[in-house]
Design a protein around this ligand. Sequence first.
Ligand code: PLP
Length: 445
Amino acid sequence: MLNTEAPLPRITTSMQWLNQAEGLIPSATQTLAKGPSQHVRGIAPVFAKRGYGATIVDVDDQEYLDYTMAVGPLSLGYCFPEIDDAIRGQLDNGIVFSLPHHLEVEVATLIRDVVPNVERVRFSKTGADVVSAAVRLARAHTGRSTIVCCGYHGWHDWYIGVTDRHAGIPQSIRDLTFTFAYNDVESVLSAIDDDTAAIVLEPTVVESPENNFLQDLRRICDDRGIILVFDEMWTGFRLALGGAQEYYGVRADLICFSKAIANGMPLSVLCGRADIMDRLEEDVFWFTTFGGETLSLAAAQATIHFMQGHDVIGHLDVVGRRLSGALLELTADLGISWLYTKGYPARTMITYDSNVVDPLIVRSYLQQELLRYAILWNGFFTLSYSHTVADIDRTVAAFMEILPQLAKHVHDGTLRSALEGEPVGPVFRRTGNFNMRPRTVTVEV
Ligand SMILES: Cc1ncc(COP(=O)(O)O)c(C=O)c1O
C-alpha cells in the first residue's frame, strides 16, 4: 500500500485543547506561523506535548519529523543536551538579578568575536524589539524619519503599520515606512529620499542577492548617510556563524539577531557600530526588565560554543542541499512547472505559480499528505543540526509518492476535493509592495 493511502493522524486531544483555546486565546496562538490557521483544520495536529532532536510529539502522542522547528529557534534541535545542561546549570544560580550579570559581558564579547563589524552589543527578548531599537537609533543618529524596508520585521508599529494589518496604528506612523522589492535597486532608489534614516532588510529570504544587490545597498547608504540594518532573524547562525555579513561579504551598520542564537530560549541581539549604539548612553532610551535574563544568555553561550566546536553550519548546508536538490530534480522529472523550490539550504521553501494553482490549496494538500508520512511541514523546511541525511531521504521518498498524485489532482481539477480538512489561511508574510513609491529612477545596467 502506498503511504498516500495511510491514515491521517488522530487529533482528538488536539481538538479538545483547540475547543478550549478558542474564545479564550485570540487566534489560539501567540505565533501565527505555528497556529491553527497555518495547519489543515480537522486533520493536522494543533497542540504539542514535547520534542526531541528533530521530532515533535503532539498531545495525542504521535511523533512527526518537524520542519518548522518552532519557527526558527531550534537551530540544534529539541532538548539538545549541551544547551539544556547550560540552562540547568544557570538555573541553579538564579534567573534574573538585581545587578547586571557577568554572562551579559561574556555573551556580548562572544558575539563581537564571531560576528563581523560588531563594536557594541545589547540584548533583548524578541526579534521585533531589536529591529525597532535599530530603527529608533537610526532615526536618532540621522535626524531623519522615514524607513524603507524589505521583508517581515515583527509586530511593532513602524513596520506592521505599512502592511494590510495596520488597525490601531495612526496614519502619521504609517506614512513613515515604505517598502522596496528585493534585488531591485531601482525600487530602493525610488523609495528613499532626503528624510530616509534607514534601509532595513532581511539579507535573503526567497531569492539570493543578484548583481551585487547587497553591495549596492551598502554604497547607496554610504553615499546618502543612510543606516543599513540587517534583520538576521533567519540568516543569523544559519548562513554562517557570522551571519549574512560574513556569508555575503557586506558590512551592515546595525545587525539584529534572535531565533537560532539560543536554541529555543528567548533572546534577541542588536549589535553594530559604536557611534550609533553609544546613543543608548545618551538620548536614546531602550531598557527592559528581562533584557539580561541569564537562562537565555547561558543557552546562547552554549549554542555559539557548540557551533564553534562542530560544523553545524556545514551540516545545515549539506542536508539542505540534499533536500532542495532532490526536490528540484523530482519536479523537473515530473514536468511540474508551477511548483518551485526556493530559499537557501538551511531554509528551503516551496512556492507556486498562482496563475496555475491556488497556493493555499496546494500547500494544504502537501501538508495533509506529508502527515501520512509523519512529517509536519507548513511551507518551509527549517533545518536543524538534528535533521539527518536519513530524515531528508525519508522526506524525499514521501515527495516521490505525493508529487505525482498532486500533479494528477491539479490536472484533473480535483485538488480541493482531495482535502480532508479546512485549507490553511493566507500566510501573513509579504516582503514588498506595501506603500511602495512610484518608480522615479531607472538604473542603467
Ligand atoms: C525576519 C524577521 N524579523 C523580525 C521578526 C520578529 O521576531 P519576533 O517574532 O521574535 O518578534 C521575525 C519573526 O518571525 C522575522 O522572521
